[in-house]
Design a protein around this ligand. Sequence first.
Ligand code: IMP
Ligand code: MG
Length: 172
Amino acid sequence: MENSLQKYIDRAEIEQRVKAMAQNIAADYREETPVMVGVLKGAVVFMADLIRKVEIPVELDFIAVSSYGASTSTSGIVRILKDLDQNIEGREVIIVEDIIDTGLTLQYLKETLYQRKPKGLRLAALLDKPERRQVNIEADYVGLNIPDKFVVGYGLDFNEKHRNLPDIYLME
Ligand code: IMP
Ligand code: MG
């Protein structure tokens, strides 16, 4: 049976939210060139838009992690599939993630990257589902809070599908 998709967040609203986040980031990093670390693959679309709206110099890097378990939930076991290319010691780092759900992925990433002694470490997430949180973690920059619903599009997938949709959809 096909899953039905219902338009949830329009591309125009996404663009506004991303622009606001970019302005906040630019204001906070006037003297620094932050390393923006995209979490593959979900953050790719968001990151591509965000970096073009941040009007300060930034560097890019990517990390890929995998969590075991069902495709719509997180088991809490996280493993690095692709590590950063660069050394982040002494650097300002911003982790860029598509969505914070239980928070387990970002908690693991934050702990792991902190061990590399960055000068600072912040989180930017396009979407946040605060109701689902299992650990005490908050993003420094959030686009939109959403209820406990499964969404796809704008980088977000269900079994690797729908990442290329320009808007965000509810999946039912
Ligand atoms: P967390 O570790 O539970 O916070 O899970 C975060 C990851 O779960 C995200 O990076 C997404 O890959 C995935 N995820 C959580 N909620 C959704 C959703 O509604 N749609 C698509 N992926 C989701
Ligand atoms: Mg993801």
